[in-house]
Design a protein around this ligand. Structure first.
Ligand code: HEM
Length: 494
């Protein structure tokens, strides 16, 4: 990193900043801490921005503005403001603020998560809605998930014989990844005890962690050519490696299709066949490059989020043995009566298990700030102006801690969700771990089934112990919120 160069560029940007701010600073921005010249409020972020911004919101309110270098950032931290943003002004706030690291391998041009609302984004959402996660599609693939969860239980069973601890986040991510890879390619992409699978998951986490790091190149676009922290270089490395893995599977499928002209066969088509068939249609707007990114996004958006939620849910239940017993009793009541294994169709009859998942997502929302939204026009909210191009961060973690909405907010109390009808499907603005409105997570229907199925199966079949009995419950911030130390738990057959 060339500090002299950074200094020169910062000085130039300061002059611009001063000129611009003198010539027309909007005094109707929401309240916020006083911004220092040039850097603004960058140092307020710290290494746990969800905690530091929650603390600042206590002083400046649930609609707050910060200056992060040259970027105006609006932080939203209450149910009421979320409702106003995403039900009244959803169209104006549906843009994406794209971090510099997402330019690695042109990811932002292809990914649904980084695309601006437009034809490309609509095309991708349609594929998700119609071909991936429609209820009929998911119902049809329930046996695949059952099989993958059975393999998970078999693996845990071996550990219960040896008395060794299992890395819960890791086994949950392998299971979720294999469900997704079977959906797409009809193959297992990962094995429980293989180093290459660990490497794959490590790459996904590194990518997320890298993307979540504060980056001077985002705060001062003029610094982009210098890549001051080397984050773009790293993003290129991780993205490149993961894309190469996906590319390998696509090439293999293309060869198989050429050899057997399987594109003509109508039976047993998986998503890859479907996408390749679509790409052969002249009018199709998806081509081979688009397919590569779509699959890449499925794997990275789907695994880390789902597995870290499962890990937190298990950690909370192990930490609260009476809640664990309650959840298990409910499962026994519903299933053992009929002497069979836990099925997806049982979920609707398990309100306590559902409440455990909700409570986990309230306390540990994996995508803590949603993906950063962007205002596409000036919008007046509560008498303040959210200016065009401002970045919008929605602090879900702070909302989950709001004692006006959640009595005993810091306690793990699934009971709070019994008989109240609050859900995370985007209509109850106090609980939006999957977002709300048009940018809401399209993977919710799958994540919902996977979370209940894995959690219910793991606690129905096994009791869980921790070495030493004490557990670290601190978090670490990346693009998703992970447990600081992985949950290593010993399964005991029940
Ligand atoms: C517990 C699991 C999950 C959680 C908590 C979660 C949460 C979220 C959140 C908060 C967003 C951003 C919403 C916004 O910006 O307003 C998002 C976007 C997205 N999620 Fe998920 N997600 C999960 C699982 C999945 C799965 C399983 C997939 C697919 C396999 C997926 C694919 C996506 C995609 C593609 C987007 C971008 C949508 C867009 O920008 O239009 N997610 N997710």
């Amino acid at each position: 990193m060339d500090y002299t160069m950074i200094f020169i560029l910062l000085s130039i940007s300061t002059c611009f900043y001063v000129l611009i701010s003198r010539s027309g600073r909007d005094t109707r921005l929401p309240p916020g801490p006083y911004p220092f010249p040039i850097i603004g409020n960058i140092f307020k972020l710290g290494n746990k921005p969800h905690h530091s911004l929650a603390a600042l919101s206590k002083t400046y309110g649930p609609l707050m503005s910060l200056k992060l270098g040259t970027t105006t950032t609006i932080v939203v931290s209450s149910r009421e403001i979320v409702k106003e943003f995403f039900s009244k002004h959803d169209v104006s706030f549906s843009g994406r603020s794209v971090p510099y690291v997402a330019t690695a391998h042109d990811h932002y041009k292809h990914a649904m998560g980084w695309s601006q609302v437009g034809d490309h984004w609509r095309m991708l959402r349609k594929i998700y809605k119609e071909h991936l996660f429609a209820a009929r599609q998911l119902d049809a693939s329930h046996l695949l998930r059952k099989k993958k969860v059975q393999q998970l239980l078999d693996y845990v069973h071996d550990y219960s014989d040896s008395g060794k601890p299992v890395d819960i986040g890791h086994i949950a991510s392998i299971t979720t990844l294999n469900v997704l890879s079977n959906f797409v390619f009809s193959v297992d992409l990962a094995q429980y005890d293989s180093q290459s699978s660990q490497d794959f998951m490590d790459l996904v986490w590194l990518l997320f962690e890298n993307a979540g790091r504060p980056n001077l190149a985002d705060f001062f676009p003029v610094l982009r050519p210098l890549d001051p922290h080397g984050l773009l270089r790293k993003a290129k490395l991780y993205t490149g490696k993961l894309l190469a893995i996906v590319e390998e599977y696509i090439s293999k499928r293309l060869q198989e299709r050429t050899a057997t002209s399987s594109s003509d066969a109508s039976s047993s088509k998986d998503l890859m066949d479907l996408l390749l068939d679509m790409s052969q249609n002249e009018k199709s707007s998806i081509n081979l490059v688009g397919i590569r990114y779509l699959v890449f996004d499925l794997f990275i958006a789907g695994t880390e989020t789902t597995s870290s939620t499962l890990e937190w849910a298990m950690a909370e239940l192990i930490n609260n043995p009476e809640k664990m017993s309650k959840a298990r009793s409910e499962l026994e009541e519903v299933i053992r009566k009929e002497d069979r294994t836990f099925e997806e169709s049982d979920i609707a009859r398990l309100p306590y298990l559902q409440a455990v998942v909700k409570e986990t997502l309230r306390l540990h929302p994996p995508v803590t700030f949603l993906l950063p939204h962007k205002a596409t026009t000036n919008v007046e909210v509560q008498g303040y102006i959210v200016p065009k191009d401002a970045q919008i961060l929605c602090n879900l973690w702070a909302m989950g801690q709001d004692s006006n909405v959640w009595p005993n907010a810091q306690r793990f109390e699934p009971e709070r969700f019994l008989d109240v009808g609050i859900d995370y499907k985007g209509h109850d603005f106090e609980l939006i771990p999957f977002g709300t409105g048009r940018r809401m997570c399209p993977g919710l229907p799958l994540a919902d089934r996977m979370l209940h199925l894995m959690l219910g199966s793991l606690i129905y079949k096994f009791d869980w112990k921790i070495k030493g009995g004490m557990m670290d419950m601190s978090d670490k911030f990346g693009m998703t919120l992970q447990k600081n130390l992985p949950l290593m738990a010993i399964p005991v057959k029940v």
